[in-house]
Design a protein around this ligand. Structure first.
Ligand code: AMP
Ligand code: MG
Length: 390
Protein backbone atom coordinates (compact mmCIF):
# COMPACT_ATOMS: atom_id res chain seq x y z
CA UNK A 1 0.00 0.00 0.00
CA UNK A 2 1.19 3.53 -0.74
CA UNK A 3 0.53 6.74 1.14
CA UNK A 4 -1.87 9.45 0.01
CA UNK A 5 1.14 11.66 -0.77
CA UNK A 6 2.69 8.97 -3.01
CA UNK A 7 -0.61 8.43 -4.81
CA UNK A 8 -0.90 12.18 -5.37
CA UNK A 9 2.58 12.27 -6.91
CA UNK A 10 1.49 9.55 -9.37
CA UNK A 11 -1.61 11.58 -10.24
CA UNK A 12 0.31 14.87 -10.63
CA UNK A 13 2.52 13.12 -13.20
CA UNK A 14 -0.56 12.52 -15.37
CA UNK A 15 -1.62 16.15 -15.79
CA UNK A 16 -0.20 19.53 -16.77
CA UNK A 17 -1.49 23.10 -16.80
CA UNK A 18 -4.06 23.84 -19.51
CA UNK A 19 -3.58 26.61 -22.08
CA UNK A 20 -4.42 30.22 -21.28
CA UNK A 21 -7.34 31.96 -22.99
CA UNK A 22 -8.68 35.52 -23.00
CA UNK A 23 -11.78 36.03 -20.88
CA UNK A 24 -13.91 39.18 -20.53
CA UNK A 25 -13.82 40.54 -16.99
CA UNK A 26 -17.51 39.81 -16.43
CA UNK A 27 -16.74 36.11 -16.88
CA UNK A 28 -13.62 36.22 -14.71
CA UNK A 29 -15.22 35.28 -11.38
CA UNK A 30 -13.90 31.91 -10.21
CA UNK A 31 -11.34 31.71 -12.99
CA UNK A 32 -7.62 31.38 -12.41
CA UNK A 33 -5.30 34.04 -13.74
CA UNK A 34 -2.99 32.36 -16.23
CA UNK A 35 -0.43 35.12 -16.59
CA UNK A 36 0.44 38.22 -14.59
CA UNK A 37 -1.60 41.32 -15.33
CA UNK A 38 -0.34 44.92 -15.07
CA UNK A 39 -2.43 47.87 -13.95
CA UNK A 40 -3.19 50.10 -16.93
CA UNK A 41 -3.57 53.16 -14.73
CA UNK A 42 -2.82 54.67 -11.33
CA UNK A 43 -5.48 54.77 -8.64
CA UNK A 44 -6.42 57.29 -7.55
CA UNK A 45 -5.05 59.06 -10.62
CA UNK A 46 -4.86 62.37 -8.71
CA UNK A 47 -4.75 63.47 -5.07
CA UNK A 48 -8.40 63.16 -4.09
CA UNK A 49 -10.61 64.18 -1.23
CA UNK A 50 -11.65 61.40 1.13
CA UNK A 51 -14.40 63.50 2.75
CA UNK A 52 -17.03 66.14 2.12
CA UNK A 53 -15.68 69.48 3.35
CA UNK A 54 -13.40 72.33 2.33
CA UNK A 55 -10.00 72.12 0.64
CA UNK A 56 -7.49 74.52 2.17
CA UNK A 57 -3.82 74.96 2.92
CA UNK A 58 -3.06 72.84 5.99
CA UNK A 59 -0.70 75.42 7.55
CA UNK A 60 -3.57 77.87 7.78
CA UNK A 61 -5.89 75.57 9.67
CA UNK A 62 -6.61 76.39 13.30
CA UNK A 63 -9.69 76.89 15.41
CA UNK A 64 -11.55 80.16 14.55
CA UNK A 65 -9.61 80.67 11.30
CA UNK A 66 -11.69 82.31 8.56
CA UNK A 67 -11.60 81.34 4.86
CA UNK A 68 -13.30 82.62 1.75
CA UNK A 69 -14.98 79.95 -0.37
CA UNK A 70 -13.93 80.60 -3.97
CA UNK A 71 -15.16 77.54 -5.83
CA UNK A 72 -16.38 73.96 -5.78
CA UNK A 73 -14.87 70.57 -6.66
CA UNK A 74 -17.09 67.49 -6.95
CA UNK A 75 -16.38 63.92 -8.05
CA UNK A 76 -15.89 64.04 -11.80
CA UNK A 77 -15.69 67.84 -11.77
CA UNK A 78 -12.44 69.31 -10.48
CA UNK A 79 -11.78 72.97 -9.73
CA UNK A 80 -9.37 74.36 -12.25
CA UNK A 81 -7.91 77.28 -10.30
CA UNK A 82 -4.99 77.44 -7.90
CA UNK A 83 -5.86 77.91 -4.26
CA UNK A 84 -4.47 81.06 -2.64
CA UNK A 85 -3.84 81.89 1.02
CA UNK A 86 -7.04 82.43 2.99
CA UNK A 87 -9.15 80.71 0.38
CA UNK A 88 -11.09 77.46 0.52
CA UNK A 89 -12.78 75.32 -2.13
CA UNK A 90 -15.98 73.44 -1.30
CA UNK A 91 -15.07 69.82 -2.02
CA UNK A 92 -16.81 66.44 -2.06
CA UNK A 93 -15.57 62.87 -1.68
CA UNK A 94 -13.71 61.67 -4.77
CA UNK A 95 -13.07 65.13 -6.19
CA UNK A 96 -9.53 66.04 -7.31
CA UNK A 97 -7.72 68.14 -4.74
CA UNK A 98 -7.30 71.68 -6.15
CA UNK A 99 -3.77 72.84 -6.91
CA UNK A 100 -2.37 74.67 -3.88
CA UNK A 101 -4.52 72.76 -1.36
CA UNK A 102 -3.21 69.93 0.81
CA UNK A 103 -5.85 69.53 3.51
CA UNK A 104 -9.57 68.96 3.83
CA UNK A 105 -11.48 70.45 6.73
CA UNK A 106 -14.52 68.20 7.11
CA UNK A 107 -17.82 70.01 6.80
CA UNK A 108 -18.79 69.07 10.38
CA UNK A 109 -15.89 71.24 11.61
CA UNK A 110 -16.93 74.55 10.01
CA UNK A 111 -19.74 77.06 10.18
CA UNK A 112 -20.61 78.83 6.94
CA UNK A 113 -22.13 82.20 6.22
CA UNK A 114 -22.48 83.03 2.56
CA UNK A 115 -19.01 82.50 1.11
CA UNK A 116 -17.18 82.60 4.44
CA UNK A 117 -16.37 79.63 6.63
CA UNK A 118 -15.04 79.60 10.19
CA UNK A 119 -13.27 76.55 11.57
CA UNK A 120 -14.89 75.33 14.77
CA UNK A 121 -12.48 72.53 15.76
CA UNK A 122 -8.76 72.03 16.28
CA UNK A 123 -6.74 70.85 13.31
CA UNK A 124 -6.76 67.06 13.41
CA UNK A 125 -3.86 64.85 12.47
CA UNK A 126 -5.52 63.65 9.28
CA UNK A 127 -5.45 65.60 6.04
CA UNK A 128 -8.34 63.56 4.54
CA UNK A 129 -6.44 63.52 1.26
CA UNK A 130 -5.99 60.28 -0.69
CA UNK A 131 -2.64 60.62 -2.38
CA UNK A 132 -2.43 59.69 -6.06
CA UNK A 133 -1.42 56.04 -6.44
CA UNK A 134 -2.14 55.15 -2.81
CA UNK A 135 -4.09 52.09 -4.02
CA UNK A 136 -1.94 51.07 -7.00
CA UNK A 137 0.22 52.59 -9.70
CA UNK A 138 0.23 51.99 -13.44
CA UNK A 139 2.35 48.91 -14.10
CA UNK A 140 1.70 47.32 -10.69
CA UNK A 141 1.38 43.56 -11.11
CA UNK A 142 -1.32 41.08 -10.13
CA UNK A 143 0.63 37.83 -10.09
CA UNK A 144 -0.51 34.50 -11.48
CA UNK A 145 -1.69 31.92 -10.70
CA UNK A 146 -4.47 33.44 -8.63
CA UNK A 147 -8.10 32.46 -8.29
CA UNK A 148 -10.32 35.45 -8.96
CA UNK A 149 -13.17 36.28 -6.63
CA UNK A 150 -15.06 39.48 -5.95
CA UNK A 151 -12.08 41.50 -4.60
CA UNK A 152 -9.76 40.49 -7.46
CA UNK A 153 -12.40 41.21 -10.10
CA UNK A 154 -12.97 44.65 -8.58
CA UNK A 155 -9.22 45.30 -8.47
CA UNK A 156 -8.76 44.32 -12.13
CA UNK A 157 -11.73 46.48 -13.11
CA UNK A 158 -10.18 49.47 -11.30
CA UNK A 159 -6.93 48.74 -13.14
CA UNK A 160 -8.91 49.09 -16.37
CA UNK A 161 -8.20 45.50 -17.36
CA UNK A 162 -11.27 44.51 -19.39
CA UNK A 163 -10.00 41.14 -20.65
CA UNK A 164 -7.93 38.75 -18.55
CA UNK A 165 -5.68 35.81 -19.37
CA UNK A 166 -7.28 32.78 -17.67
CA UNK A 167 -6.47 29.09 -17.64
CA UNK A 168 -8.96 27.19 -19.69
CA UNK A 169 -11.44 25.46 -17.40
CA UNK A 170 -10.63 21.74 -17.22
CA UNK A 171 -13.50 19.82 -18.80
CA UNK A 172 -14.05 16.79 -16.60
CA UNK A 173 -16.16 13.91 -17.90
CA UNK A 174 -17.94 12.17 -15.03
CA UNK A 175 -19.03 8.60 -15.64
CA UNK A 176 -21.10 6.70 -13.10
CA UNK A 177 -21.01 2.96 -13.62
CA UNK A 178 -23.52 0.40 -12.38
CA UNK A 179 -26.60 -1.54 -13.41
CA UNK A 180 -28.19 -0.45 -10.14
CA UNK A 181 -28.12 3.28 -10.89
CA UNK A 182 -30.72 5.70 -12.21
CA UNK A 183 -30.42 9.48 -12.40
CA UNK A 184 -32.27 11.66 -9.85
CA UNK A 185 -35.87 12.16 -10.90
CA UNK A 186 -36.17 8.77 -12.56
CA UNK A 187 -38.17 5.97 -10.93
CA UNK A 188 -35.68 3.37 -9.65
CA UNK A 189 -36.55 -0.29 -10.17
CA UNK A 190 -36.84 -2.55 -7.12
CA UNK A 191 -33.11 -3.35 -7.12
CA UNK A 192 -31.93 0.12 -8.03
CA UNK A 193 -30.69 3.25 -6.27
CA UNK A 194 -30.21 6.82 -7.40
CA UNK A 195 -26.77 7.91 -8.61
CA UNK A 196 -25.46 10.57 -6.28
CA UNK A 197 -21.72 10.65 -6.68
CA UNK A 198 -21.57 12.28 -10.04
CA UNK A 199 -23.85 15.06 -8.85
CA UNK A 200 -21.79 15.66 -5.72
CA UNK A 201 -18.54 15.55 -7.65
CA UNK A 202 -19.92 17.91 -10.29
CA UNK A 203 -20.82 20.40 -7.58
CA UNK A 204 -17.35 20.11 -6.07
CA UNK A 205 -15.64 20.48 -9.45
CA UNK A 206 -17.66 23.53 -10.35
CA UNK A 207 -16.74 25.16 -7.07
CA UNK A 208 -13.03 24.71 -7.71
CA UNK A 209 -13.15 26.07 -11.25
CA UNK A 210 -13.57 23.01 -13.46
CA UNK A 211 -16.31 22.31 -15.98
CA UNK A 212 -17.93 18.96 -15.21
CA UNK A 213 -19.84 17.07 -17.89
CA UNK A 214 -22.15 14.35 -16.64
CA UNK A 215 -22.19 11.48 -19.09
CA UNK A 216 -24.96 8.88 -19.31
CA UNK A 217 -24.62 6.17 -16.67
CA UNK A 218 -22.50 3.30 -17.96
CA UNK A 219 -23.93 -0.16 -17.32
CA UNK A 220 -21.84 -3.03 -16.03
CA UNK A 221 -21.06 -4.42 -19.49
CA UNK A 222 -18.08 -3.72 -21.75
CA UNK A 223 -20.09 -2.15 -24.61
CA UNK A 224 -21.72 0.38 -22.30
CA UNK A 225 -18.47 1.32 -20.55
CA UNK A 226 -16.73 1.60 -23.92
CA UNK A 227 -19.44 3.91 -25.21
CA UNK A 228 -19.07 6.16 -22.16
CA UNK A 229 -15.30 6.29 -22.56
CA UNK A 230 -15.72 7.14 -26.25
CA UNK A 231 -18.04 10.00 -25.33
CA UNK A 232 -15.49 11.21 -22.79
CA UNK A 233 -12.52 11.12 -25.12
CA UNK A 234 -12.47 14.86 -25.87
CA UNK A 235 -12.43 15.98 -22.25
CA UNK A 236 -9.38 17.11 -20.30
CA UNK A 237 -9.89 14.50 -17.58
CA UNK A 238 -12.04 11.40 -17.38
CA UNK A 239 -13.37 10.43 -13.97
CA UNK A 240 -15.16 7.12 -13.58
CA UNK A 241 -17.02 6.23 -10.43
CA UNK A 242 -17.43 2.69 -9.19
CA UNK A 243 -16.71 -0.57 -10.95
CA UNK A 244 -13.03 -0.24 -10.20
CA UNK A 245 -12.43 -2.86 -7.55
CA UNK A 246 -12.04 -6.60 -7.97
CA UNK A 247 -15.65 -7.84 -8.10
CA UNK A 248 -16.97 -9.79 -11.10
CA UNK A 249 -18.90 -6.72 -12.24
CA UNK A 250 -16.00 -4.32 -11.80
CA UNK A 251 -15.04 -4.06 -15.44
CA UNK A 252 -13.99 -0.44 -15.85
CA UNK A 253 -10.28 -1.18 -15.64
CA UNK A 254 -10.46 -4.05 -18.15
CA UNK A 255 -12.45 -2.05 -20.68
CA UNK A 256 -10.23 1.00 -20.26
CA UNK A 257 -7.18 -1.18 -20.72
CA UNK A 258 -8.63 -2.68 -23.91
CA UNK A 259 -9.12 0.93 -24.93
CA UNK A 260 -5.43 1.63 -24.50
CA UNK A 261 -5.31 2.82 -20.91
CA UNK A 262 -1.79 2.91 -19.67
CA UNK A 263 -2.98 1.89 -16.28
CA UNK A 264 -1.77 2.21 -12.75
CA UNK A 265 -3.58 1.00 -9.66
CA UNK A 266 -2.81 2.51 -6.33
CA UNK A 267 -3.77 0.64 -3.23
CA UNK A 268 -3.78 3.56 -0.84
CA UNK A 269 -3.50 3.33 2.91
CA UNK A 270 -6.57 5.45 3.58
CA UNK A 271 -10.16 5.25 4.77
CA UNK A 272 -12.63 5.70 3.18
CA UNK A 273 -11.42 4.79 -0.28
CA UNK A 274 -10.64 1.67 -2.18
CA UNK A 275 -7.79 1.25 -4.59
CA UNK A 276 -7.72 4.18 -6.94
CA UNK A 277 -7.26 3.55 -10.65
CA UNK A 278 -5.42 6.05 -12.80
CA UNK A 279 -3.66 6.28 -16.12
CA UNK A 280 -3.84 7.83 -19.55
CA UNK A 281 -6.34 6.94 -22.22
CA UNK A 282 -4.53 8.21 -25.27
CA UNK A 283 -3.59 11.73 -24.20
CA UNK A 284 -6.44 12.03 -21.74
CA UNK A 285 -5.75 11.42 -18.06
CA UNK A 286 -8.24 9.15 -16.35
CA UNK A 287 -8.97 8.61 -12.67
CA UNK A 288 -11.24 5.87 -11.34
CA UNK A 289 -12.85 6.71 -8.01
CA UNK A 290 -14.53 4.30 -5.61
CA UNK A 291 -18.31 3.92 -5.92
CA UNK A 292 -19.37 4.40 -2.33
CA UNK A 293 -20.74 7.94 -2.16
CA UNK A 294 -18.68 9.17 0.78
CA UNK A 295 -15.53 7.50 -0.56
CA UNK A 296 -16.05 9.16 -3.92
CA UNK A 297 -16.43 12.62 -2.41
CA UNK A 298 -13.55 12.16 0.03
CA UNK A 299 -11.32 10.93 -2.81
CA UNK A 300 -12.61 13.86 -4.84
CA UNK A 301 -11.45 16.24 -2.11
CA UNK A 302 -8.13 14.50 -1.47
CA UNK A 303 -7.12 13.55 -5.03
CA UNK A 304 -9.30 15.20 -7.65
CA UNK A 305 -9.17 18.76 -6.30
CA UNK A 306 -5.33 18.90 -6.22
CA UNK A 307 -5.19 17.46 -9.74
CA UNK A 308 -7.59 20.13 -10.99
CA UNK A 309 -5.50 22.80 -9.31
CA UNK A 310 -2.45 21.63 -11.25
CA UNK A 311 -4.47 21.81 -14.48
CA UNK A 312 -5.36 25.38 -13.48
CA UNK A 313 -1.70 26.30 -13.16
CA UNK A 314 -1.08 26.00 -9.42
CA UNK A 315 1.97 24.13 -8.19
CA UNK A 316 1.29 20.52 -7.19
CA UNK A 317 0.20 20.44 -3.54
CA UNK A 318 -2.14 18.38 -1.40
CA UNK A 319 -5.48 19.77 -0.25
CA UNK A 320 -4.65 22.24 2.54
CA UNK A 321 -5.00 21.13 6.14
CA UNK A 322 -5.11 23.11 9.34
CA UNK A 323 -5.16 22.24 13.02
CA UNK A 324 -8.06 22.44 15.44
CA UNK A 325 -8.71 21.27 19.00
CA UNK A 326 -11.15 18.43 19.59
CA UNK A 327 -14.41 19.08 21.40
CA UNK A 328 -14.95 15.33 22.01
CA UNK A 329 -12.45 12.47 22.39
CA UNK A 330 -11.59 10.15 19.49
CA UNK A 331 -10.66 6.48 19.76
CA UNK A 332 -7.38 5.13 18.37
CA UNK A 333 -7.00 4.83 14.60
CA UNK A 334 -6.11 1.68 12.63
CA UNK A 335 -3.30 1.22 10.11
CA UNK A 336 -4.79 3.47 7.39
CA UNK A 337 -5.02 7.27 7.26
CA UNK A 338 -8.62 8.02 8.20
CA UNK A 339 -10.59 10.93 6.79
CA UNK A 340 -13.36 11.19 9.36
CA UNK A 341 -16.44 13.24 8.72
CA UNK A 342 -16.40 16.01 11.32
CA UNK A 343 -18.15 19.14 12.48
CA UNK A 344 -16.17 22.25 13.29
CA UNK A 345 -18.05 24.60 15.53
CA UNK A 346 -16.88 27.58 17.62
CA UNK A 347 -13.21 26.84 17.09
CA UNK A 348 -13.32 23.12 17.95
CA UNK A 349 -14.05 19.94 16.03
CA UNK A 350 -15.87 16.68 16.74
CA UNK A 351 -16.69 13.60 14.69
CA UNK A 352 -20.03 13.83 12.91
CA UNK A 353 -21.32 10.38 13.84
CA UNK A 354 -21.14 6.95 12.17
CA UNK A 355 -18.26 6.79 9.71
CA UNK A 356 -19.57 4.18 7.25
CA UNK A 357 -18.59 5.24 3.74
CA UNK A 358 -22.13 5.05 2.39
CA UNK A 359 -23.65 7.63 4.75
CA UNK A 360 -24.29 10.79 2.78
CA UNK A 361 -26.44 12.32 5.50
CA UNK A 362 -23.45 12.27 7.85
CA UNK A 363 -21.26 13.78 5.14
CA UNK A 364 -23.85 16.49 4.48
CA UNK A 365 -23.94 17.32 8.20
CA UNK A 366 -20.15 17.69 8.21
CA UNK A 367 -18.12 20.73 7.32
CA UNK A 368 -14.65 19.22 7.73
CA UNK A 369 -12.73 16.00 7.37
CA UNK A 370 -10.67 15.11 10.44
CA UNK A 371 -7.44 13.51 9.21
CA UNK A 372 -6.13 10.77 11.49
CA UNK A 373 -2.63 9.48 10.75
CA UNK A 374 -2.13 5.71 10.57
CA UNK A 375 -1.98 4.18 14.08
CA UNK A 376 -2.89 7.51 15.71
CA UNK A 377 -3.46 6.94 19.42
CA UNK A 378 -6.73 7.81 21.15
CA UNK A 379 -7.17 11.57 21.40
CA UNK A 380 -8.69 13.58 24.24
CA UNK A 381 -10.87 16.66 24.21
CA UNK A 382 -8.64 19.69 23.64
CA UNK A 383 -5.93 17.83 21.72
CA UNK A 384 -5.23 19.26 18.30
CA UNK A 385 -6.01 17.33 15.11
CA UNK A 386 -5.57 18.11 11.43
CA UNK A 387 -8.65 18.96 9.42
CA UNK A 388 -9.55 19.64 5.80
CA UNK A 389 -12.33 22.15 5.20
CA UNK A 390 -15.14 20.82 3.04
P1 AMP B 1 -18.72 -0.28 -6.89
O1 AMP B 1 -17.41 0.43 -6.67
O2 AMP B 1 -19.22 -0.16 -8.29
O3 AMP B 1 -18.64 -1.67 -6.41
O4 AMP B 1 -19.77 0.47 -5.99
C1 AMP B 1 -19.66 0.48 -4.56
C2 AMP B 1 -20.98 0.96 -3.95
O5 AMP B 1 -21.21 2.29 -4.35
C3 AMP B 1 -22.18 0.16 -4.40
O6 AMP B 1 -23.05 0.08 -3.29
C4 AMP B 1 -22.80 1.02 -5.48
O7 AMP B 1 -24.18 0.83 -5.60
C5 AMP B 1 -22.48 2.41 -5.00
N1 AMP B 1 -22.36 3.34 -6.10
C6 AMP B 1 -21.59 3.18 -7.19
N2 AMP B 1 -21.68 4.26 -8.01
C7 AMP B 1 -22.54 5.10 -7.40
C8 AMP B 1 -23.07 6.38 -7.75
N3 AMP B 1 -22.71 7.02 -8.86
N4 AMP B 1 -23.94 6.96 -6.88
C9 AMP B 1 -24.29 6.35 -5.73
N5 AMP B 1 -23.83 5.16 -5.36
C10 AMP B 1 -22.98 4.52 -6.19
MG1 MG C 1 -20.61 -1.03 -9.41
Amino acid sequence: MISVAQALDHLFALVSPLPVEEVPLRQANGRVLGAEVCARRTQPPFDASAMDGYAVKGVEVERDALFKVVGEAAAGHGWSGTLRAGHAVRIFTGAPLPAGADHIVIQEDVTRRDDLITITADRGSQSHVRKAGIDFAEGDVVAAPRRLGAPEVALLAAMNVAVIPARRKPVVALISTGDELVVPGEAPGPDQIVASNTFGLAAMLERIGAEPRLLPIARDNPASVKMALDLAAKSDLIVTIGGASVGDHDIVADVAEDHGLDQSFYKIAMRPGKPLMAGKLGDTPMIGLPGNPVSALVCGTVFLAPVIRVMLGFPPAPTPRREMPLSTPLSANGPREHYMRGISDQGAVRDAGPQDSSLLRVLAASNVLIVRPPHDVARDTGERVEIIDL
